[in-house]
Ligand binder design. Structure first.
Ligand code: HEC
Ligand code: HEC
Length: 441
Protein backbone atom coordinates (compact mmCIF):
# COMPACT_ATOMS: atom_id res chain seq x y z
CA UNK A 1 0.00 0.00 0.00
CA UNK A 2 1.49 3.34 -0.92
CA UNK A 3 1.66 6.41 1.25
CA UNK A 4 -1.09 8.28 -0.63
CA UNK A 5 -3.47 5.41 -0.05
CA UNK A 6 -2.78 5.32 3.71
CA UNK A 7 -3.40 9.05 3.90
CA UNK A 8 -6.72 8.82 2.10
CA UNK A 9 -7.91 5.83 4.14
CA UNK A 10 -6.91 7.61 7.37
CA UNK A 11 -8.94 10.63 6.46
CA UNK A 12 -11.88 8.43 5.48
CA UNK A 13 -11.90 6.55 8.83
CA UNK A 14 -11.67 9.82 10.77
CA UNK A 15 -14.46 11.36 8.66
CA UNK A 16 -16.74 8.34 9.23
CA UNK A 17 -16.10 8.40 13.01
CA UNK A 18 -16.79 12.12 13.20
CA UNK A 19 -19.97 11.87 11.06
CA UNK A 20 -21.25 8.98 13.22
CA UNK A 21 -20.72 10.96 16.41
CA UNK A 22 -22.57 13.97 15.02
CA UNK A 23 -25.38 11.71 13.85
CA UNK A 24 -25.71 10.06 17.27
CA UNK A 25 -25.91 13.42 19.05
CA UNK A 26 -28.49 14.72 16.56
CA UNK A 27 -30.78 11.73 16.85
CA UNK A 28 -30.52 11.48 20.66
CA UNK A 29 -30.69 15.16 21.61
CA UNK A 30 -32.68 16.77 18.77
CA UNK A 31 -34.72 14.48 16.48
CA UNK A 32 -35.61 11.82 19.14
CA UNK A 33 -37.22 14.14 21.73
CA UNK A 34 -38.84 16.24 18.97
CA UNK A 35 -40.64 13.26 17.35
CA UNK A 36 -41.15 11.39 20.63
CA UNK A 37 -39.32 8.24 19.45
CA UNK A 38 -38.67 5.29 21.77
CA UNK A 39 -35.08 4.16 22.39
CA UNK A 40 -35.50 1.40 19.74
CA UNK A 41 -36.88 3.93 17.25
CA UNK A 42 -33.88 6.24 17.82
CA UNK A 43 -31.46 3.38 17.01
CA UNK A 44 -33.37 2.56 13.83
CA UNK A 45 -33.24 6.17 12.67
CA UNK A 46 -29.54 6.31 13.45
CA UNK A 47 -29.01 3.10 11.48
CA UNK A 48 -30.82 4.54 8.45
CA UNK A 49 -28.73 7.72 8.43
CA UNK A 50 -25.65 5.70 9.23
CA UNK A 51 -25.99 3.73 5.98
CA UNK A 52 -25.53 6.97 4.06
CA UNK A 53 -22.38 7.77 5.98
CA UNK A 54 -21.04 4.26 5.36
CA UNK A 55 -21.82 4.44 1.65
CA UNK A 56 -19.83 7.65 1.48
CA UNK A 57 -16.99 5.98 3.29
CA UNK A 58 -17.11 3.05 0.88
CA UNK A 59 -16.83 5.38 -2.11
CA UNK A 60 -13.84 7.08 -0.54
CA UNK A 61 -12.20 3.70 -0.06
CA UNK A 62 -12.82 2.66 -3.68
CA UNK A 63 -11.40 5.97 -4.90
CA UNK A 64 -8.37 5.48 -2.70
CA UNK A 65 -7.71 1.99 -4.07
CA UNK A 66 -8.09 3.21 -7.66
CA UNK A 67 -5.63 6.04 -7.07
CA UNK A 68 -3.07 3.42 -6.15
CA UNK A 69 -3.82 1.20 -9.17
CA UNK A 70 -1.70 1.24 -12.32
CA UNK A 71 -3.19 3.35 -15.08
CA UNK A 72 -3.83 0.48 -17.48
CA UNK A 73 -6.15 -1.18 -14.95
CA UNK A 74 -8.16 2.00 -14.46
CA UNK A 75 -8.42 3.04 -18.10
CA UNK A 76 -10.97 0.40 -19.18
CA UNK A 77 -13.15 1.40 -16.20
CA UNK A 78 -13.05 5.04 -17.24
CA UNK A 79 -13.78 4.02 -20.83
CA UNK A 80 -16.67 1.76 -19.82
CA UNK A 81 -18.29 4.60 -17.91
CA UNK A 82 -18.24 7.10 -20.74
CA UNK A 83 -14.79 8.54 -20.34
CA UNK A 84 -13.09 10.42 -23.19
CA UNK A 85 -11.73 7.57 -25.30
CA UNK A 86 -12.12 8.86 -28.88
CA UNK A 87 -8.71 9.43 -30.29
CA UNK A 88 -9.47 8.57 -33.91
CA UNK A 89 -12.54 9.77 -35.67
CA UNK A 90 -14.70 7.21 -37.41
CA UNK A 91 -13.12 8.11 -40.75
CA UNK A 92 -9.63 7.93 -39.28
CA UNK A 93 -8.97 11.58 -39.95
CA UNK A 94 -7.59 12.93 -36.74
CA UNK A 95 -4.70 15.32 -36.51
CA UNK A 96 -1.17 14.07 -36.91
CA UNK A 97 -1.53 11.11 -34.61
CA UNK A 98 -0.79 8.40 -37.11
CA UNK A 99 2.15 6.09 -36.63
CA UNK A 100 5.22 6.98 -38.63
CA UNK A 101 4.70 3.95 -40.89
CA UNK A 102 1.40 5.40 -42.13
CA UNK A 103 3.06 8.53 -43.51
CA UNK A 104 1.54 9.88 -46.69
CA UNK A 105 4.09 10.01 -49.49
CA UNK A 106 3.67 12.76 -52.09
CA UNK A 107 4.44 11.92 -55.69
CA UNK A 108 4.99 13.93 -58.89
CA UNK A 109 2.99 13.25 -62.05
CA UNK A 110 4.71 10.96 -64.59
CA UNK A 111 5.54 12.80 -67.82
CA UNK A 112 4.37 9.91 -70.01
CA UNK A 113 1.00 8.22 -69.72
CA UNK A 114 0.53 4.48 -70.17
CA UNK A 115 -1.28 3.22 -73.29
CA UNK A 116 -3.37 0.04 -73.57
CA UNK A 117 -1.81 -2.81 -75.62
CA UNK A 118 -4.52 -2.59 -78.31
CA UNK A 119 -3.91 1.12 -78.94
CA UNK A 120 -0.22 1.96 -78.73
CA UNK A 121 0.67 5.64 -78.98
CA UNK A 122 2.55 6.60 -82.17
CA UNK A 123 3.41 10.10 -83.44
CA UNK A 124 1.28 9.67 -86.60
CA UNK A 125 -1.71 8.49 -84.56
CA UNK A 126 -1.33 11.41 -82.17
CA UNK A 127 -1.24 13.88 -85.06
CA UNK A 128 -4.39 12.32 -86.56
CA UNK A 129 -6.09 12.42 -83.16
CA UNK A 130 -5.23 16.08 -82.76
CA UNK A 131 -6.76 16.85 -86.13
CA UNK A 132 -9.95 14.95 -85.22
CA UNK A 133 -10.10 16.68 -81.84
CA UNK A 134 -10.32 19.99 -83.69
CA UNK A 135 -12.63 18.72 -86.46
CA UNK A 136 -15.95 20.58 -86.61
CA UNK A 137 -17.33 18.17 -89.17
CA UNK A 138 -17.72 15.71 -86.30
CA UNK A 139 -20.78 17.73 -85.23
CA UNK A 140 -24.15 17.56 -86.98
CA UNK A 141 -24.19 21.20 -88.10
CA UNK A 142 -20.43 21.61 -88.45
CA UNK A 143 -20.16 24.15 -85.63
CA UNK A 144 -18.51 22.21 -82.82
CA UNK A 145 -15.35 20.20 -82.35
CA UNK A 146 -14.14 18.57 -79.18
CA UNK A 147 -11.96 21.64 -78.69
CA UNK A 148 -15.01 23.95 -78.68
CA UNK A 149 -15.91 22.64 -75.23
CA UNK A 150 -12.43 21.45 -74.25
CA UNK A 151 -10.45 24.63 -74.88
CA UNK A 152 -6.95 23.37 -74.18
CA UNK A 153 -5.16 26.70 -73.77
CA UNK A 154 -7.71 29.38 -72.99
CA UNK A 155 -9.59 27.38 -70.38
CA UNK A 156 -7.14 24.65 -69.41
CA UNK A 157 -9.16 21.97 -71.18
CA UNK A 158 -12.64 23.08 -70.08
CA UNK A 159 -14.90 25.89 -71.31
CA UNK A 160 -15.08 28.22 -68.31
CA UNK A 161 -18.88 27.94 -68.16
CA UNK A 162 -21.09 26.42 -65.49
CA UNK A 163 -22.47 23.74 -67.82
CA UNK A 164 -21.76 22.75 -71.43
CA UNK A 165 -23.35 24.32 -74.49
CA UNK A 166 -23.88 21.93 -77.41
CA UNK A 167 -25.18 22.37 -80.95
CA UNK A 168 -28.04 24.83 -81.43
CA UNK A 169 -27.09 26.44 -78.14
CA UNK A 170 -28.49 23.55 -76.11
CA UNK A 171 -27.38 23.76 -72.51
CA UNK A 172 -26.39 20.52 -70.79
CA UNK A 173 -26.69 19.70 -67.13
CA UNK A 174 -23.06 19.14 -66.29
CA UNK A 175 -19.84 21.08 -66.13
CA UNK A 176 -17.13 20.37 -68.71
CA UNK A 177 -14.22 18.57 -67.03
CA UNK A 178 -10.74 19.15 -68.36
CA UNK A 179 -9.23 16.65 -70.80
CA UNK A 180 -5.73 17.42 -69.50
CA UNK A 181 -4.52 14.38 -67.54
CA UNK A 182 -7.84 12.59 -68.14
CA UNK A 183 -5.63 9.72 -69.31
CA UNK A 184 -4.70 9.00 -65.70
CA UNK A 185 -8.32 8.55 -64.60
CA UNK A 186 -9.54 4.98 -64.14
CA UNK A 187 -13.13 5.99 -64.98
CA UNK A 188 -14.34 8.98 -66.96
CA UNK A 189 -17.18 11.50 -66.68
CA UNK A 190 -18.38 13.02 -63.41
CA UNK A 191 -20.39 9.89 -62.72
CA UNK A 192 -17.63 7.52 -63.89
CA UNK A 193 -19.75 5.91 -66.59
CA UNK A 194 -17.04 5.58 -69.28
CA UNK A 195 -14.29 3.00 -68.65
CA UNK A 196 -11.70 4.32 -71.13
CA UNK A 197 -10.79 7.25 -73.37
CA UNK A 198 -11.65 5.08 -76.38
CA UNK A 199 -15.17 4.47 -75.07
CA UNK A 200 -15.57 8.06 -73.95
CA UNK A 201 -14.69 9.66 -77.30
CA UNK A 202 -17.70 8.19 -79.10
CA UNK A 203 -20.11 9.64 -76.53
CA UNK A 204 -20.10 13.37 -77.34
CA UNK A 205 -20.13 12.86 -81.13
CA UNK A 206 -23.44 11.00 -80.97
CA UNK A 207 -24.89 12.84 -77.97
CA UNK A 208 -27.90 14.82 -79.28
CA UNK A 209 -27.22 17.82 -77.04
CA UNK A 210 -23.46 17.87 -77.65
CA UNK A 211 -22.22 17.26 -81.22
CA UNK A 212 -25.51 15.66 -82.24
CA UNK A 213 -24.38 13.36 -85.06
CA UNK A 214 -27.33 11.14 -86.04
CA UNK A 215 -25.29 7.91 -86.25
CA UNK A 216 -21.82 6.38 -86.35
CA UNK A 217 -22.46 5.61 -90.03
CA UNK A 218 -22.84 9.32 -90.76
CA UNK A 219 -19.52 10.09 -89.04
CA UNK A 220 -17.84 7.36 -91.08
CA UNK A 221 -19.44 8.57 -94.33
CA UNK A 222 -18.13 12.12 -93.82
CA UNK A 223 -14.57 11.06 -93.04
CA UNK A 224 -14.38 8.40 -95.78
CA UNK A 225 -15.42 11.11 -98.23
CA UNK A 226 -12.27 13.13 -97.44
CA UNK A 227 -9.17 11.86 -99.25
CA UNK A 228 -6.73 13.43 -96.78
CA UNK A 229 -8.44 11.57 -93.90
CA UNK A 230 -8.39 8.34 -95.94
CA UNK A 231 -4.62 8.75 -96.38
CA UNK A 232 -3.99 9.63 -92.74
CA UNK A 233 -6.03 6.67 -91.40
CA UNK A 234 -4.30 4.33 -93.85
CA UNK A 235 -0.90 5.53 -92.65
CA UNK A 236 -1.79 4.98 -88.99
CA UNK A 237 -3.95 1.85 -89.04
CA UNK A 238 -2.76 0.23 -92.29
CA UNK A 239 -4.21 0.36 -95.79
CA UNK A 240 -7.31 -1.48 -96.90
CA UNK A 241 -9.50 -0.64 -93.93
CA UNK A 242 -12.34 1.88 -94.22
CA UNK A 243 -12.52 4.57 -91.55
CA UNK A 244 -14.88 3.55 -88.75
CA UNK A 245 -15.93 5.11 -85.47
CA UNK A 246 -13.69 2.81 -83.43
CA UNK A 247 -10.60 4.01 -85.31
CA UNK A 248 -11.72 7.61 -84.81
CA UNK A 249 -12.00 6.95 -81.08
CA UNK A 250 -8.58 5.24 -80.99
CA UNK A 251 -6.85 8.16 -82.69
CA UNK A 252 -8.51 10.74 -80.45
CA UNK A 253 -7.64 8.68 -77.35
CA UNK A 254 -3.99 8.43 -78.45
CA UNK A 255 -3.88 12.21 -78.76
CA UNK A 256 -5.50 12.65 -75.34
CA UNK A 257 -2.80 10.40 -73.83
CA UNK A 258 -0.31 13.15 -74.66
CA UNK A 259 -2.30 15.79 -72.76
CA UNK A 260 -0.26 15.48 -69.59
CA UNK A 261 0.96 18.29 -67.33
CA UNK A 262 3.84 17.24 -65.08
CA UNK A 263 5.03 20.86 -64.81
CA UNK A 264 3.20 22.24 -61.79
CA UNK A 265 5.02 23.99 -58.91
CA UNK A 266 3.92 21.02 -56.79
CA UNK A 267 5.80 18.61 -59.09
CA UNK A 268 8.92 20.74 -58.97
CA UNK A 269 8.65 20.82 -55.17
CA UNK A 270 8.37 17.05 -54.69
CA UNK A 271 11.17 16.53 -57.21
CA UNK A 272 13.42 18.51 -54.89
CA UNK A 273 13.04 22.23 -55.60
CA UNK A 274 12.34 23.40 -52.04
CA UNK A 275 11.59 26.95 -53.20
CA UNK A 276 8.83 25.91 -55.60
CA UNK A 277 6.11 26.40 -52.99
CA UNK A 278 5.34 29.52 -50.96
CA UNK A 279 4.95 29.19 -47.17
CA UNK A 280 1.16 29.49 -47.56
CA UNK A 281 1.15 26.72 -50.17
CA UNK A 282 3.22 24.50 -47.90
CA UNK A 283 0.83 25.11 -44.99
CA UNK A 284 -2.04 24.30 -47.34
CA UNK A 285 -0.31 21.10 -48.42
CA UNK A 286 0.09 19.98 -44.80
CA UNK A 287 -3.55 20.82 -44.10
CA UNK A 288 -4.63 18.95 -47.23
CA UNK A 289 -3.10 15.88 -45.65
CA UNK A 290 -3.99 16.40 -41.99
CA UNK A 291 -7.60 17.33 -42.66
CA UNK A 292 -8.01 14.14 -44.69
CA UNK A 293 -8.43 15.46 -48.25
CA UNK A 294 -5.87 12.79 -49.23
CA UNK A 295 -8.26 9.99 -48.31
CA UNK A 296 -10.01 10.70 -51.60
CA UNK A 297 -7.69 13.01 -53.54
CA UNK A 298 -4.61 10.82 -53.23
CA UNK A 299 -1.69 9.99 -55.49
CA UNK A 300 -0.01 12.02 -58.24
CA UNK A 301 -3.33 12.81 -59.98
CA UNK A 302 -4.96 13.81 -56.67
CA UNK A 303 -7.81 11.37 -57.27
CA UNK A 304 -8.73 7.95 -55.96
CA UNK A 305 -10.24 7.34 -59.42
CA UNK A 306 -6.75 7.08 -60.83
CA UNK A 307 -4.77 4.49 -62.77
CA UNK A 308 -1.83 5.63 -60.62
CA UNK A 309 -2.70 3.64 -57.50
CA UNK A 310 -6.34 4.66 -57.08
CA UNK A 311 -8.41 2.40 -54.84
CA UNK A 312 -12.00 3.59 -54.56
CA UNK A 313 -13.02 5.71 -57.58
CA UNK A 314 -16.60 6.50 -56.60
CA UNK A 315 -17.78 8.27 -53.46
CA UNK A 316 -21.02 9.58 -52.12
CA UNK A 317 -21.20 13.34 -52.47
CA UNK A 318 -22.27 15.27 -50.44
CA UNK A 319 -21.71 12.67 -47.72
CA UNK A 320 -22.64 14.76 -44.69
CA UNK A 321 -25.56 17.17 -44.63
CA UNK A 322 -24.16 20.69 -44.73
CA UNK A 323 -25.21 24.28 -45.06
CA UNK A 324 -24.02 24.62 -48.67
CA UNK A 325 -25.95 21.83 -50.38
CA UNK A 326 -29.22 23.74 -50.81
CA UNK A 327 -27.55 26.94 -51.92
CA UNK A 328 -25.50 25.25 -54.63
CA UNK A 329 -28.10 22.67 -55.65
CA UNK A 330 -25.80 19.77 -54.80
CA UNK A 331 -28.66 17.30 -54.32
CA UNK A 332 -30.40 17.95 -57.63
CA UNK A 333 -28.43 15.37 -59.67
CA UNK A 334 -27.99 11.85 -58.29
CA UNK A 335 -24.86 11.05 -60.34
CA UNK A 336 -24.09 7.37 -60.78
CA UNK A 337 -26.90 6.31 -58.45
CA UNK A 338 -29.26 7.12 -61.30
CA UNK A 339 -31.72 8.74 -58.95
CA UNK A 340 -32.76 12.18 -59.93
CA UNK A 341 -32.26 13.65 -56.50
CA UNK A 342 -30.25 13.03 -53.35
CA UNK A 343 -26.81 12.09 -52.11
CA UNK A 344 -25.50 10.65 -55.35
CA UNK A 345 -22.34 8.74 -56.12
CA UNK A 346 -19.66 10.62 -58.03
CA UNK A 347 -16.18 9.98 -59.29
CA UNK A 348 -13.46 11.54 -57.15
CA UNK A 349 -12.37 14.46 -59.32
CA UNK A 350 -8.69 14.94 -60.09
CA UNK A 351 -7.37 18.21 -58.69
CA UNK A 352 -4.67 18.70 -61.32
CA UNK A 353 -5.09 22.23 -62.78
CA UNK A 354 -8.24 22.63 -60.71
CA UNK A 355 -7.56 26.31 -60.03
CA UNK A 356 -7.77 26.95 -63.79
CA UNK A 357 -10.98 25.00 -64.48
CA UNK A 358 -13.71 26.83 -62.59
CA UNK A 359 -16.60 27.06 -62.08
CA UNK A 360 -16.52 23.85 -60.11
CA UNK A 361 -18.28 20.62 -59.20
CA UNK A 362 -20.46 18.46 -61.46
CA UNK A 363 -23.07 21.18 -61.87
CA UNK A 364 -20.59 24.05 -62.16
CA UNK A 365 -22.58 25.90 -59.50
CA UNK A 366 -19.63 27.10 -57.43
CA UNK A 367 -17.49 29.89 -58.83
CA UNK A 368 -15.11 30.43 -55.90
CA UNK A 369 -12.51 27.78 -55.23
CA UNK A 370 -12.55 28.78 -51.54
CA UNK A 371 -16.21 27.77 -51.39
CA UNK A 372 -15.41 24.39 -52.96
CA UNK A 373 -12.84 23.82 -50.21
CA UNK A 374 -15.42 24.73 -47.55
CA UNK A 375 -17.99 22.44 -49.15
CA UNK A 376 -15.50 19.56 -49.27
CA UNK A 377 -14.44 20.08 -45.64
CA UNK A 378 -18.05 20.12 -44.44
CA UNK A 379 -19.62 17.61 -46.84
CA UNK A 380 -16.83 15.06 -47.25
CA UNK A 381 -14.96 15.34 -43.96
CA UNK A 382 -17.69 16.39 -41.56
CA UNK A 383 -15.41 19.20 -40.42
CA UNK A 384 -16.66 22.30 -38.73
CA UNK A 385 -16.18 25.30 -41.00
CA UNK A 386 -15.89 28.58 -39.13
CA UNK A 387 -14.61 31.99 -40.03
CA UNK A 388 -12.23 32.50 -37.15
CA UNK A 389 -11.33 28.82 -36.61
CA UNK A 390 -11.61 28.55 -32.84
CA UNK A 391 -9.38 25.88 -31.38
CA UNK A 392 -11.39 23.06 -29.88
CA UNK A 393 -9.26 21.31 -27.32
CA UNK A 394 -9.99 17.78 -26.29
CA UNK A 395 -8.47 15.45 -23.77
CA UNK A 396 -8.61 11.98 -25.19
CA UNK A 397 -7.54 8.61 -23.88
CA UNK A 398 -5.13 6.78 -26.14
CA UNK A 399 -5.28 3.04 -25.41
CA UNK A 400 -2.19 2.46 -27.56
CA UNK A 401 -0.07 4.95 -25.64
CA UNK A 402 -1.78 4.35 -22.29
CA UNK A 403 -1.94 8.07 -21.82
CA UNK A 404 -4.28 11.00 -22.07
CA UNK A 405 -3.53 12.92 -25.23
CA UNK A 406 -4.45 16.53 -25.74
CA UNK A 407 -5.60 17.11 -29.29
CA UNK A 408 -6.72 20.25 -30.94
CA UNK A 409 -9.48 19.41 -33.34
CA UNK A 410 -9.55 22.64 -35.24
CA UNK A 411 -12.46 24.03 -37.09
CA UNK A 412 -11.49 24.89 -40.67
CA UNK A 413 -11.20 28.67 -40.78
CA UNK A 414 -10.71 31.32 -43.45
CA UNK A 415 -6.96 31.25 -43.14
CA UNK A 416 -6.91 27.46 -43.56
CA UNK A 417 -9.17 27.73 -46.60
CA UNK A 418 -6.90 30.38 -48.12
CA UNK A 419 -3.84 28.18 -47.53
CA UNK A 420 -5.51 25.17 -49.16
CA UNK A 421 -6.56 27.30 -52.13
CA UNK A 422 -2.95 28.46 -52.41
CA UNK A 423 -1.88 24.82 -52.44
CA UNK A 424 -4.44 23.96 -55.13
CA UNK A 425 -2.91 26.80 -57.17
CA UNK A 426 0.39 24.93 -56.96
CA UNK A 427 -1.23 22.04 -58.87
CA UNK A 428 -1.60 24.23 -61.97
CA UNK A 429 0.75 23.51 -64.84
CA UNK A 430 3.17 26.38 -65.61
CA UNK A 431 2.42 26.01 -69.32
CA UNK A 432 -1.34 26.18 -68.85
CA UNK A 433 -1.08 29.09 -66.41
CA UNK A 434 0.94 31.04 -68.99
CA UNK A 435 -1.51 30.12 -71.78
CA UNK A 436 -4.40 31.23 -69.62
CA UNK A 437 -2.75 34.58 -68.90
CA UNK A 438 -2.25 35.14 -72.60
CA UNK A 439 -5.89 34.28 -73.34
CA UNK A 440 -7.34 36.47 -70.58
CA UNK A 441 -4.95 39.34 -69.98
C1 HEC B 1 -20.85 20.39 -76.05
C2 HEC B 1 -19.64 20.36 -75.29
C3 HEC B 1 -18.74 19.16 -75.43
C4 HEC B 1 -18.17 18.69 -76.60
C5 HEC B 1 -18.34 19.19 -77.99
C6 HEC B 1 -17.31 17.59 -76.16
N1 HEC B 1 -17.35 17.42 -74.82
FE1 HEC B 1 -16.22 16.19 -73.77
N2 HEC B 1 -17.31 16.59 -72.13
C7 HEC B 1 -18.33 17.53 -72.06
C8 HEC B 1 -19.04 17.38 -70.80
C9 HEC B 1 -20.22 18.21 -70.32
C10 HEC B 1 -18.43 16.32 -70.14
C11 HEC B 1 -18.85 15.75 -68.77
C12 HEC B 1 -20.14 14.96 -68.99
C13 HEC B 1 -20.54 14.15 -67.79
O1 HEC B 1 -19.71 13.92 -66.93
O2 HEC B 1 -21.68 13.71 -67.74
C14 HEC B 1 -17.32 15.87 -70.98
C15 HEC B 1 -16.41 14.88 -70.62
C16 HEC B 1 -15.32 14.53 -71.40
C17 HEC B 1 -14.24 13.67 -70.97
C18 HEC B 1 -14.08 13.05 -69.60
C19 HEC B 1 -13.11 13.81 -68.75
C20 HEC B 1 -13.10 13.27 -67.35
O3 HEC B 1 -12.22 13.64 -66.60
O4 HEC B 1 -14.00 12.50 -67.00
C21 HEC B 1 -13.39 13.54 -72.03
C22 HEC B 1 -12.09 12.76 -72.05
C23 HEC B 1 -13.96 14.30 -73.11
N3 HEC B 1 -15.12 14.89 -72.68
C24 HEC B 1 -13.43 14.33 -74.38
C25 HEC B 1 -14.15 14.83 -75.45
C26 HEC B 1 -13.83 14.54 -76.83
C27 HEC B 1 -12.71 13.66 -77.31
C28 HEC B 1 -14.74 15.24 -77.59
C29 HEC B 1 -14.88 15.25 -79.08
C30 HEC B 1 -15.10 13.97 -79.71
C31 HEC B 1 -15.58 15.96 -76.66
N4 HEC B 1 -15.22 15.66 -75.39
C32 HEC B 1 -16.57 16.83 -77.05
C33 HEC B 1 -18.62 18.46 -73.02
C34 HEC B 1 -18.24 18.35 -74.34
C1 HEC C 1 -14.79 11.39 -49.21
C2 HEC C 1 -14.08 11.76 -50.41
C3 HEC C 1 -13.60 13.19 -50.55
C4 HEC C 1 -12.88 13.93 -49.65
C5 HEC C 1 -12.44 13.55 -48.25
C6 HEC C 1 -12.60 15.19 -50.29
N1 HEC C 1 -13.12 15.21 -51.55
FE1 HEC C 1 -12.97 16.69 -52.91
N2 HEC C 1 -14.16 15.68 -54.19
C7 HEC C 1 -14.71 14.43 -53.95
C8 HEC C 1 -15.65 14.10 -55.00
C9 HEC C 1 -16.48 12.83 -55.12
C10 HEC C 1 -15.65 15.20 -55.89
C11 HEC C 1 -16.52 15.37 -57.12
C12 HEC C 1 -17.76 16.14 -56.71
C13 HEC C 1 -18.76 16.31 -57.83
O1 HEC C 1 -18.93 15.37 -58.62
O2 HEC C 1 -19.40 17.38 -57.90
C14 HEC C 1 -14.70 16.17 -55.34
C15 HEC C 1 -14.41 17.40 -55.92
C16 HEC C 1 -13.48 18.31 -55.43
C17 HEC C 1 -13.14 19.56 -56.06
C18 HEC C 1 -13.75 20.12 -57.34
C19 HEC C 1 -13.13 19.55 -58.58
C20 HEC C 1 -13.69 20.19 -59.82
O3 HEC C 1 -13.05 20.06 -60.86
O4 HEC C 1 -14.77 20.81 -59.79
C21 HEC C 1 -12.19 20.17 -55.28
C22 HEC C 1 -11.50 21.49 -55.51
C23 HEC C 1 -11.97 19.30 -54.14
N3 HEC C 1 -12.76 18.18 -54.26
C24 HEC C 1 -11.10 19.59 -53.10
C25 HEC C 1 -11.08 18.89 -51.89
C26 HEC C 1 -10.40 19.34 -50.70
C27 HEC C 1 -9.57 20.61 -50.57
C28 HEC C 1 -10.65 18.40 -49.73
C29 HEC C 1 -10.25 18.46 -48.26
C30 HEC C 1 -10.76 19.62 -47.53
C31 HEC C 1 -11.47 17.37 -50.33
N4 HEC C 1 -11.72 17.69 -51.64
C32 HEC C 1 -11.91 16.22 -49.68
C33 HEC C 1 -14.42 13.60 -52.89
C34 HEC C 1 -13.75 14.00 -51.74
Amino acid sequence: MNAGLVDVLGIAVAAIAFASAVLMLMVHKELGPFTGLSAGGKWMLMGAFGMGVLAFGFKMAVAAVMVGMPERAVAPLIAAYGGPTMLHDADGSSFDDRPVAARYVWEPLPAVAPAPPDNPTTPAKVALGERLFNERRLSADGTLSCASCHDLRGHAGGDGRATATGIDGQVGGRNVPTVWNAVFQSVLFWDGRAPSLEEQAKGPILNPIEMGMPSAAEVERRLNGDSSYRAAFAEVFGPGRAIDIDLVAKAIAAYERTLVTPDAPYDRFVRGDAKALTPAQLRGMALFESLGCVTCHQGPAFSDASLLGGRLPMRIFPTNPNRYEEKFGLLADGGATGQRHGRGTWRVASLRNVALTGPWLHNGAVDKLADVVRIMAAAQLGAEVAESAPQTRRVEWSPAERAFVRTERRAVGDRDVADIVAFLDALSSDTLTAARRKATP
